[in-house]
Design a protein around this ligand. Structure first.
Ligand code: 3PG
Length: 208
């Protein structure tokens, strides 16, 4: 079900994690990311405007795959889908969230930090997982360690990933994308630095 995401990640395997205060900038931001060569973005639900941002980004750049991040509750799931989110991301999983997801777990990338969590999510039907917070829970070494005993699982490390180490993650066969806020930081967005965001995206893709 997330094949469209894997296909987009093969073209551009870097997912900007966005914290956007004002939905008014969403269209410019979406176009800046596409101009920079990106195919996927994750809008966190850490601001009240998150759902409006998802909707506005999809309207401005229909070719951009836009996910909702920081999905914690059943209402986050409902509102994200209503806003047009193509996929969902969470920092972890809870029994209530799992229950609320139902069939929509097919478009969810849940966060995990250990082999046990990865095994639990896999049993529950999640195929793609987010290693979170990647730099703290073992980073490249942890993913190398997971590869042999957990060969069916594919990861999107996020949390503390930098432009300098994105390529090290992406060189691993069990990593399909990396996520991070450095491409379009809150400061970049507040400053409306669309050209700077495009440049960082292009540079990161070239290095990766
Ligand atoms: C987050 O939680 O904000 C994301 O995982 C991104 O983390 P980063 O700011 O360390 O890139």
């Amino acid at each position: 079900p997330l094949d469209f995401l894997l296909e987009a990640a093969r073209r551009a395997p870097i997912v900007p994690v966005l914290i956007v205060e004002q939905s008014e900038v969403a269209a410019d931001l979406a176009r800046a990311l596409v101009d920079g060569g990106l195919t996927i973005a994750e809008v966190t639900l850490r601001t009240p405007s998150g759902f409006a941002v998802i909707e506005a980004m999809k309207a401005a750049a229909p070719e951009l795959i836009v996910g909702a991040g920081t999905v914690l509750t059943g209402s986050d799931v409902e509102n994200s889908i209503s806003a047009g989110a193509d996929f969902l991301v969470s920092p972890g999983m809870s029994p209530r969230l799992l229950d609320a997801l139902g069939e929509r777990r097919k478009i969810m990338i849940p966060g995990i930090a250990t082999a046990t969590e990865a095994m639990c999510r896999y049993e529950e039907g999640f195929g793609l997982l987010k290693l979170f917070p990647a730099s703290v829970v073992g980073g490249v070494g942890a993913l190398k360690g997971f590869a042999s005993p957990l060969p069916h699982m594919r990861f999107m490390p996020t949390g503390g990933v930098t432009e300098a180490d994105a390529g090290n993650y992406l060189a691993l066969p069990n990593v399909f994308a990396v996520g991070g806020s450095w491409i379009a930081s809150s400061a970049d967005i507040a400053a409306a630095d669309w050209r700077g965001i495009s440049t960082k995206a292009t540079r990161a893709l070239a290095r990766a």
